[in-house]
Design a protein around this ligand. Structure first.
Ligand code: TK8
Length: 338
């Protein structure tokens, strides 16, 4: 090989590796392994978005920030992972806001029934002032709230009967998320609400420890609840988000460059996940029909009756969470609605 050619090759190789390393080359980024846990199985919206997040992070950091993802609550239920993050023994997770309300009560706003009418309204509030202020409140409790992913509008399934009127919920043992508001809402509607971590839910349905549960269509499909739940009732009674969280103990050890890359990757995963969730929701509905679920939609008149029934619970928690916060919430929803 002649000299100039060899030199040119070396220069080319150097230029290429710089280009691949991207931001990370110039930045203060150390090789790190990040454990990321989630509750649903690998073949779910959570699984796909977790893998997207891992790939994005690896790409942005030139392979330095490696993420290992653990689905199916293999690192624990949402609540157990929250504690692990606070303790600094796990780096990251995604989970529901409902169990976070035990730490920062204001997250309870997302458990208030019949709040949002559309995904667009939810996005506006979550990415807007209110949603971002809530994430900041987590810092004092040892967590960094990065972005919201869509869990979605929740619907009811059970093994007893179709829910046509609120009265049909009477006596149904219904698993709810571990959250005071969810408990109050479903007991008021006549069900026997049983708080339980999601990780125990399939078995509880299969063994008839509980008769029913409520979750978005995408989860009912990916968790195969249709195998043990014959009835699906479209109620869209509440829109619940997921939050991507990092351990503050771990976060504080990262360089500003590293923090920036994690934030960037999280934002990319948010956009990917919401799109995927919305497309998957339509597909999942078809799968549930094919699986033979008996599906009905609660009429608008009946939704109005349900709303009226749960109003005392909404009033109680409006006082508890702070009337100003609820006012701000309604104002932000109103702005997105028009
Ligand atoms: C998964 C849960 C789940 C939630 C629930 O860990 O608990 O019903 O809807 O998505 O966060």
């Amino acid at each position: 090989m002649n000299k100039p050619f060899k030199t040119r090759l070396i220069l080319l190789a150097a230029a290429l590796s710089c280009a691949f390393a991207g931001v990370a080359a110039a930045a203060d980024v150390k090789p790190r392994l990040i454990r990321f846990g989630y509750g649903l199985n690998d073949d779910s919206v959570q699984g796909r978005a977790a893998r997207h997040l891992a790939q994005e992070l690896e790409k942005l950091s030139g392979g330095k920030l490696k993420m290992k993802t653990f689905g199916s609550a293999n690192l624990g239920s949402d609540e157990q992972m929250q504690s692990a993050l606070v303790g600094g023994v796990q780096e990251m997770m995604v989970g529901s806001t409902a169990p976070l309300a035990g730490m920062v009560k204001e997250f309870g706003v997302f458990d208030l029934p019949f709040l949002f009418n559309s995904e667009k309204e939810a996005d506006a509030v979550l990415d807007g002032q209110l949603g971002q202020d809530l994430l900041k409140k987590l810092e004092a409790r040892g967590l960094i709230g990065l972005v919201y992913w869509e869990n979605g509008f929740r619907n009811m399934t059970n093994s007893k009967r179709p829910i046509v009127r609120a009265e049909d919920m009477q006596g149904i043992k219904l698993r709810v998320m571990q959250n005071q508001i969810a408990l109050g809402v479903f007991n008021t509607l006549g069900a026997n609400a049983v708080p339980m971590p999601f990780s125990e839910l399939f078995t509880a349905l299969e063994t008839r420890t509980v008769d029913g549960q409520e979750n978005p269509i995408t989860t009912i499909q990916s968790s195969k609840f249709y195998e043990v739940q014959p009835y699906l009732t479209i109620t869209r009674h509440v829109y619940t988000p997921w939050v991507v969280l990092a351990s503050k103990k771990w976060w504080d050890k990262l360089s500003p460059d590293e923090q920036k890359l994690v934030r960037q990757a999280a934002e990319a995963s948010r956009d990917f996940e919401r799109k995927d969730s919305r497309a998957d929701s339509l597909k999942a509905m078809g799968t549930l029909e094919q699986a033979g679920m008996k599906i009905n939609t609660v009429s608008p008149e009946e939704v109005a009756r349900m709303r009226e029934k749960v109003q005392p619970v909404v009033d109680k928690y409006t006082q508890e969470l702070g009337p100003e916060l609820i006012q701000q919430l309604n104002a932000e929803i109103g702005k997105a609605r028009n």
